[in-house]
Ligand binder design. Structure first.
Ligand SMILES: Cc1cc2nc3c(=O)[nH]c(=O)nc-3n(C[C@H](O)[C@H](O)[C@H](O)COP(=O)(O)OP(=O)(O)OC[C@H]3O[C@@H](n4cnc5c(N)ncnc54)[C@H](O)[C@@H]3O)c2cc1C
Length: 288
């Protein structure tokens, strides 16, 4: 049954500083409300336990896109539509654009934000694998200052993350791609659109001659958090992409991921598809 709307409070600060002050003064009382696309689902289902929200949607400070020689920096309120229409992201970060284009439908893409996707912390979210593969950093701000942390390591367990209650996620920083890499993104769901992923792989790779020189591999929906497969990356670096390497990749990734049975899929299916996607990526890298 729908939550009883009059029992909720939603206040709109006029600036980022005011939002941070509200969080600093009463840290466990207020929670940010960005696009609301995750929060409203909980409200409709009568599962929205937290009562007091700060409406950060109008804060233009959180909507800026900055470009430097080395980075593109996206405000936390960057929507999926913003991602898809940004020419630098389309040219240099195609996996993030693809993830955005496969997230929900148009209404969700206009309203859902990258910051909300990260802090909602679903292991099945579609942008986080791309952000991990692109080695993103995120900025967390409070009244005492701001800090950049690596996105890899931010999620520590199911819906657990290294963010204090008085902090807001303010920006996402992506190192610009300098070398020629293969970008591989595949979301496998029940349908081609409007589906939550059963398995999602975002991977980036390059070669020196015939040998793998660099790669980053990130999966969604196969563990309690979105994960980088660091051991598999290390096992593959410097290898030729021949049949034995493909077997090594399968064996290594099976040790790193821990898929489960749930309403969307089975652990066995997820394991099979995850290893198949990885080999598909490596085959593409071999031809690259
Ligand atoms: C029909 C439908 C389809 C969907 N399809 C997909 C899909 O295909 N793939 C996918 O990944 N997701 C999907 N989603 C989920 C959702 O749209 C995304 O997770 C979205 O990015 C959430 O962003 P938001 O701004 O709406 O977050 P909100 O709902 O506003 O907030 C989500 C959580 O993040 C916190 N939060 C938000 N912004 C900040 C911030 N800047 N700092 C700190 N905390 C913050 C909030 O307090 C809340 O806990 C779908 C949702 C719906 C309703």
């Amino acid at each position: 049954m729908r939550g009883y709307v009059p029992s909720y409070k939603l206040l709109t600060p006029t600036s980022l500083a005011e939002a941070l002050t509200m969080l600093a003064n009463e840290p466990s009382v207020w929670k940010p409300f960005a696009g609301g696309t995750d929060l409203m689902v909980l409200l409709e289902a009568g599962l929205l336990r937290h009562l007091n929200y700060i409406n950060i949607w109008p804060l233009d400070e959180l909507r800026k896109v900055e470009l430097t020689e080395k980075h593109i920096i996206l405000g936390a309120l960057t929507t999926y539509t913003d991602v898809q229409t940004n020419s630098i992201l389309r040219a240099e970060f195609p996996m993030l654009c693809q993830a955005a284009s496969e997230t929900g439908g148009l209404a969700i893409q206009n309203r859902g934000t990258l910051g909300g996707n990260i802090v909602n912390a679903s292991p099945a979210a579609d942008s986080p694998p791309a952000l991990l593969a692109y080695d993103a950093d995120i900025e967390l701000a409070s009244t005492t200052g701001s800090r950049w942390v690596s996105y890899h390591g931010f999620h520590t367990g199911y819906k657990q993350m290294q963010m204090a209650q008085n902090e807001l996620l303010t920006r996402i920083r992506l190192p610009r791609q300098t070398s020629k890499c293969l970008h591989y993104y595949r979301k496998v769901g029940t349908r081609k659109a409007q589906a939550i992923s059963k398995v999602c792989l975002a991977a980036i790779g390059s070669k020196e001659g015939q040998l793998v020189s660099d790669l980053r591999i990130a999966f969604g929906s196969v563990a309690p958090i979105v994960i980088r497969c660091i051991s598999t990356e290390n096992a593959l670096r410097g290898k030729a992409l021949e049949a034995s390497t493909m077997e090594l990749a399968r064996a290594s990734v099976m040790k790193e991921i821990t898929p489960i049975d749930d309403i969307r899929s089975t652990a066995a299916y997820r394991l099979r598809v995850a290893t198949n996607l990885l080999v598909d990526f490596l085959n593409d890298l071999q031809r690259f």
